[in-house]
Design a protein around this ligand. Structure first.
Ligand SMILES: [Zn+2]
Length: 612
């Protein structure tokens, strides 16, 4: 007996779950889902079966055929993994768990009407990556265990449900469906309720399980793409305009990697508390509203999530220790799509921003270089705490290095074959390297594969991009250090990314007077583009400009995207002294906390505990 994943209780000697049928009764007033999960195993099993759960109240475990109770026990909670639900089976090939979620579920964010755009109805949504599916349903919560599922969602009639699955029906509740649930049949069939049904026939790792329930509207933007958001015409129109080019990107993706295997590519724009830029939930990508900038630049986040349809969702890392297989490949693919759709200069700019980010991560992890490796050891480590640009950007650099070595046509053939070989499988770094060496013989004599995958830091043959815009921006940033501000003509055609790159290439801390002068001329603190605004505010904080605290506070209360929370809170609290900033950060967090997803709350708390 041995665990197959450092973040799961799943045991190597137990059969894996192949299908889960879920019944959910959403009780918004108590922020609770009353549920049952019917798990089907790959083969009959006798003895203990280990399932991951976190913040769930288990009411009973039953034999699905006889409805007789099955013995079970719960381990003491582990701070990272949650609890091991140990069920005793005797030649069973399925098991029914009756349970309720609790308001503490780390996967779910429940929004009161005032926290939504329309302010009239509640909203709930999931974020299951990395290890939060277990806070929605009991499962073998490791990406090594792919599952299909079906779901019955009982919701208030004025709301609608979406899932990263195929929608089957919206209908009245049927008597008897709720009998086995903790809520009972009377509530299930009560006036004002209805049921939405979904099926997911393509096997997914549990972290790609996703739903949202709220007052939703939608617009078609392509033959296989519909944009969903809160049902507000302004939000829907803006989203539809921003993502109008999606079909074009899907075609580019197919040209690069082969058929799109998930049928639909819908987009869901969430309320501002969504903790990530995007989440690649299959069939329906979840997006932060901050990517809607009115200039189609949000398309880049969509390009990334789309690329996951092949790398990450079709081929999945076996455990989070090989996360670069998901994100390095996807970052590479994203830039290939951007290159075709938006041009080489734009792609080079993205590589440049990534290069800057990678170098900054080396400083962040200077006391823990393990997390500058591609393949990491994560026993006892919370994946949310060590989330960084390394798997994205170092992974990208590794693949780009291979491309430069063998040439693009050869590498493209390799990519197609890689995807065709491993689709709907979960693999690790060793399997990738074996496949690479088999298909590109002698590659290990040209590139130090061990240094790239197991070494710390940035290998010497990594590459800073060469492009006119990139070089010009970095030069201008260097000149700022000597006191020269860019002229209006030099920045006339800059979009958000140009400013972002410029600001990130400035020194960590500059004279307060320089910050004020820059802002007086270019109004960066008021930018509608959060990437620009946050990069500027971060610089302002570390340069000791406390006059921007008002803008920092507004930003931290407006959005819950961790890409912004992490640098702003870190800039406020890191370093010695800074008592005023620390008190300020604590107050803002106390007031904003309820607007953040539980995963983001945890991340801010861990920044505080590291620096205070
Ligand atoms: Zn990604």
């Amino acid at each position: 007996m041995a665990p197959i994943d450092p973040h799961s209780f799943t045991d190597s000697t137990h059969p894996l779950t192949t299908h889960i049928h879920l019944s959910f009764y959403f009780d918004f007033p108590s922020s609770t889902i009353h549920s049952s999960a019917l798990l089907s195993l790959s083969s009959p099993h006798s003895g203990p079966l280990f399932l991951d759960i976190r913040s769930l109240t288990v009411h009973s475990v039953l034999d699905p055929q006889t409805r007789n109770p099955l013995p079970y026990s719960l381990s003491e909670p582990d701070p990272i993994k949650g609890q091991n639900l140990v069920v005793s089976l005797s030649n069973h090939s399925s098991v029914l768990v009756v349970y309720s979620t609790t308001p503490a579920s780390s996967a779910l964010q429940w929004l009161n009407p005032p926290q939504t755009f329309n302010k009239t109805s509640p909203f709930v949504y999931t974020q299951c990556q990395s290890i939060h599916a277990r806070a929605v349903f009991p499962c073998q919560d490791t990406p090594a265990a792919r599952i299909c599922y079906s779901a019955r969602m009982n919701i208030p009639r004025q709301l609608s449900a979406v899932m990263s699955a195929r929608h089957v029906d919206r209908r009245p509740p049927v008597a008897g469906e709720g009998a086995a649930l903790p809520c009972g049949d009377a509530l299930w069939c009560a006036e004002g309720r209805l049921v939405e049904e979904f099926v997911m026939e393509q096997p997914i790792p549990p972290y790609l399980f996703a739903f949202a329930v709220g007052e939703l509207g939608s617009r078609d933007v392509g033959p296989r793409t519909r944009v969903y958001s809160e049902s507000a015409p302004a939000v829907l129109e803006a989203a539809a305009a921003e993502f109008a080019g999606t079909e074009d990107m899907i075609r580019q993706g197919e040209r690069l990697f082969g058929d799109y295997e998930w049928e639909r590519f819908d987009l869901l724009v969430l309320p501002p508390s969504f903790p990530y830029g995007g989440m690649e939930n299959p069939r329906m990508v979840f997006l932060t509203p901050t990517v809607i900038k009115g200039n189609a630049s949000g398309a880049q986040v969509v390009a990334h999530e789309l690329a996951h349809s092949w790398t990450g969702n079709l081929i999945t890392n076996k455990t989070n220790e090989h996360f670069w297989l998901n994100e390095g490949f996807t970052t590479y693919a994203e830039r290939r799509i951007v290159e075709v759709v938006q041009g080489e200069e734009r792609a080079a700019l993205n590589i440049g921003i990534g290069w800057r980010g990678l170098n900054e991560e080396m400083e962040r992890f200077s006391d823990n270089m393990e997390f500058t490796k591609l393949k990491t050891k994560q026993e006892g480590v919370d994946p949310d705490d060590v989330y960084s640009q390394v798997p994205y950007e170092k992974g990208f650099q590794f693949l780009w290095r291979i491309e430069r070595e063998v040439g693009r046509p050869v590498f493209d053939e390799f990519l197609k074959k890689y995807i065709a070989t491993f689709k709907f499988k979960s693999i690790d770094t060793e399997m990738f390297l074996e496949f690479l060496k088999t298909n590109i013989p002698g590659i290990e004599t040209k590139i130090d594969l061990v240094l790239w995958t197991e070494g710390t830091g940035i290998p010497p043959d990594a590459f800073e991009p060469i492009s006119n815009i990139y070089t010009k921006i970095v030069t201008l940033a260097n000149e700022f250090k000597a006191g020269r501000m860019p002229g209006e003509d030099e920045v006339a055609d800059w979009q958000g990314q140009e400013w972002e790159l410029y600001l990130e290439n400035l020194p960590k801390s500059v004279e307060a007077s320089q910050i004020l002068a820059l802002d007086a001329r270019y109004r960066l603190s008021e930018s509608k583009d959060y990437e620009v605004k946050v990069a500027f505010l971060q610089l302002a904080i570390s340069s000791g400009c406390s006059q921007y605290h008002g803008e920092v506070e507004r930003t931290l209360k407006e959005v819950g995207r961790m890409k912004y929370l992490r640098p702003l809170y870190t800039a406020l609290v890191q370093g010695n002294g800074r008592q005023e900033e620390k008190i300020f950060a604590k107050r803002v967090f106390a007031e904003a906390r309820d607007c953040y997803h539980p995963i983001a709350q945890g991340v801010v708390e861990s920044i505080f505990s590291k620096h205070m």
